[in-house]
Design a protein around this ligand. Structure first.
Ligand code: DAT
Ligand code: MG
Length: 143
């Protein structure tokens, strides 16, 4: 079982796409094991995107992702990281295949609707940035 950090970015929230995006991820078999809505402050956004701190788009990225609320989730499944990245599509929506979230709902490279961790290792540190251990709930339900 693998876990990944996903958040629905402010553009998707503003466009009313949160439900559709969550629905696609659930339909694909990913289990929600943590979820909350928040507005990131600059410090959190800078830490989350620290690997990009020397990129020319860093300030624009931090401004965008702090511009409104996000829904942040921990999703769990076998191969969660890869499955989520495939469901998201490529970073640039213009290059993302039809059938992917970014391919179907468009936007541009700066406003691409969704974040998903790119490796198991990064997923672990990203999850720890947003959630404490007790906020992550085991998805096993006994009726
Ligand atoms: P991803 O979100 O697909 O993991 P990434 O980690 O390379 O992509 O970049 C993080 C975010 O930074 C991305 O979702 C949007 C923004 N970004 C990436 N490349 C960009 C570019 N060339 N111009 C503007 N923003 C960019
Ligand atoms: Mg990335």
């Amino acid at each position: 079982m693998e876990r990944s950090l996903v958040f629905i970015k402010p553009d998707a929230m503003q466009r009313g796409l949160a439900g559709e995006i969550i629905s696609r991820l659930e339909s694909k078999g990913l289990k929600i094991v943590a979820m909350k809505m928040l507005r990131m402050d600059k410090a959190l956004a800078q830490r989350h995107y620290a690997v990009h701190k020397d990129k020319p788009f860093f300030n624009e990225l931090v401004d965008f992702v702090t511009s409104g609320p996000v829904i942040v989730m921990v999703l769990q499944d076998d191969d969660a990281v890869k499955v989520i990245r495939q469901t998201m599509g490529e970073t640039d929506p213009a290059k993302a295949l039809p059938g992917t979230i970014r391919g179907d709902f468009g936007g541009d490279v700066s406003h691409n609707l969704i974040h998903g961790s790119d490796s198991v290792e990064n997923a672990g540190s990203e999850i720890a940035l947003f959630f404490s251990a007790k906020e992550i709930v085991d998805p096993f339900i006994e009726f």
